[in-house]
Design a protein. Structure first.
Length: 440
């Protein structure tokens, strides 16, 4: 057994070259996406009451609601707001949604330590890249899921710890202790989403808070023992069901890994995204689903708990996770909002959802899916891979469009302020200025 892989990751987090300009710009857009989603959290029935459970006062700003909280409370509150819409960003190496644990931790750490906006961006890149790297090109999360672990909150503590450690400016030794402690405290079962419950809403927020706390503890002198990655009871064996360090972990993370992370165009399970975009395109082409409807989707996605849930949809989560509901709603109406989810028992939608044929396809990758409709005027089919990649990997113009759709011109102001912030500006000033523009 060896700690070499985790030590190399810690060295990257503490001192790695994060000057890749494409990575830095993508990190800024991921930051904007997370905050924009948090500010739209009141579109989700019942979600906002979970954001500040047990929270105390302090100097850190809750993005939704504006209350000033202590640093750890702000991490938890903001993480809960980011993931409220089920639309936080996605990485398929780790099968995680890093935006709801990396972004709040990086922001809180940079503000807590009085660091610059550039330091905050460094924290974002370190947290995202560490999460992507640790997934080992999907090997680790697929092992996790075979044992029932939900990847997001299992990777969440170390992703948050890496983000916070870099934003705080910890050296490599202290960063190693932060990562070695945080990597062992993952949590969350796949049962939560698959069963249609709302308890998943606290998975990533508590994971983000824990990772942030481990970075603060390491800064204060806490040490962690060796072997956290690959010892008998280390991360790989305990969570990932992996007995040997995967080859992808033999080399340290790099800044460009942040470019693997994609944004969700619609509020639904990431597994459904490609199919949802194809269905929306068919609606835009005025295809009427009055005949057979067939869906082909990635095999892993098709087998994910909750994906193939049929009506009736007793809870919001049961519809959010169902590729059948999402496809039916988009084919019939072309939209997917929380008003649409509130109408999830509509007889027309339920009837169509129930008769959709879903076929797992091992040849389709994670960003691909096919929807075929037999209509009165012929057969119509859309393949998601033929749609613009900017639906997943946004440039600033697409991020402006999405934020404006959510928030009007306030969304545009938020994007432009943070995407264009100066690296030398204090992180607190940049975040506060963007939120002030949004609230004006």
């Amino acid at each position: 057994m060896t700690d070499d892989a985790l030590t190399r990751a810690a060295a990257f987090v503490a001192d790695g070259d994060l000057t890749d300009q494409a990575a830095r710009q993508h990190a800024r857009l991921l930051l904007v996406d997370a905050i924009s989603l948090a500010l739209a959290a009141d579109t989700v029935p019942g979600a906002t009451g979970l954001f500040e459970l047990g929270a105390g006062s302090g100097e850190h700003r809750a993005w939704y609601g504006g209350r000033r909280l202590g640093a750890a409370d702000a991490v938890q509150a903001n993480a809960a707001a980011v993931c409220a819409r089920f639309q936080d960003d996605t990485d398929m190496s780790s099968w995680a949604h890093p935006g709801s644990f990396v972004v709040p931790a990086a922001v809180a750490a940079a503000i807590e330590a009085g660091r610059s906006f550039g330091d905050l961006v460094d924290g974002l890149i370190a947290g995202y890249a560490t999460t992507v790297w640790l997934g080992a090109d999907g090997v680790v999360p697929l092992g996790m899921m075979s044992a029932g672990h939900r990847p997001s909150p299992t990777f969440g503590p170390i992703g948050a710890a890496a983000a916070a450690a870099r934003a705080l400016g910890l050296d490599a030794a202290r960063t190693t202790h932060a990562l070695s402690g945080a990597i062992l405290v993952g949590r969350g079962s796949l049962h939560s989403v698959g069963a249609g419950g709302e308890d998943w809403r606290l998975h990533n927020p508590s994971a983000a808070r824990d990772g942030f706390a481990y970075a603060l503890a390491a800064a204060a002198g806490m040490t962690a023992g060796p072997g956290a990655l690959d010892a008998r009871f280390g991360f790989l064996r305990m969570f990932g069901q992996v007995s040997e360090v995967p080859e992808a972990l033999w080399t340290p993370p790099g800044a460009s890994l942040v470019l693997n992370v994609w944004m969700k165009a619609l509020p639904t399970l990431g597994d459904n995204m490609a199919v949802a975009l194809a269905a929306r395109q068919l609606h835009e082409r005025k295809v009427v689903p009055d005949g057979a409807v067939r869906v082909r989707m990635n095999e892993d996605f098709a087998n994910f708990p909750g994906t193939q849930t049929r009506p009736p949809y007793a809870t919001l989560t049961s519809a959010l996770s169902s590729v059948r509901f999402v496809t039916a709603q988009l084919l019939l109406h072309g939209t997917l909002t929380f008003d649409d989810y509130a109408r999830r028992d509509d007889p027309e939608i339920a009837a169509l959802a129930d008769r959709i044929e879903v076929t797992p396809d091992p040849e389709l990758d994670y960003l691909d899916g096919v929807v075929t409709v037999e209509a009165a005027d012929g057969t119509h089919s859309v393949r998601a891979s033929e749609l613009p990649r900017s639906l997943y990997f946004r440039d600033e113009a697409e991020q402006v469009r999405v934020a404006t759709e959510l928030h009007g011109e306030r969304g545009r102001a938020l994007v432009e302020r943070l995407a264009g912030a100066d690296d030398d500006e204090p992180a607190r000033a940049a975040i506060d200025a963007a939120l002030d523009l949004f609230e004006d």
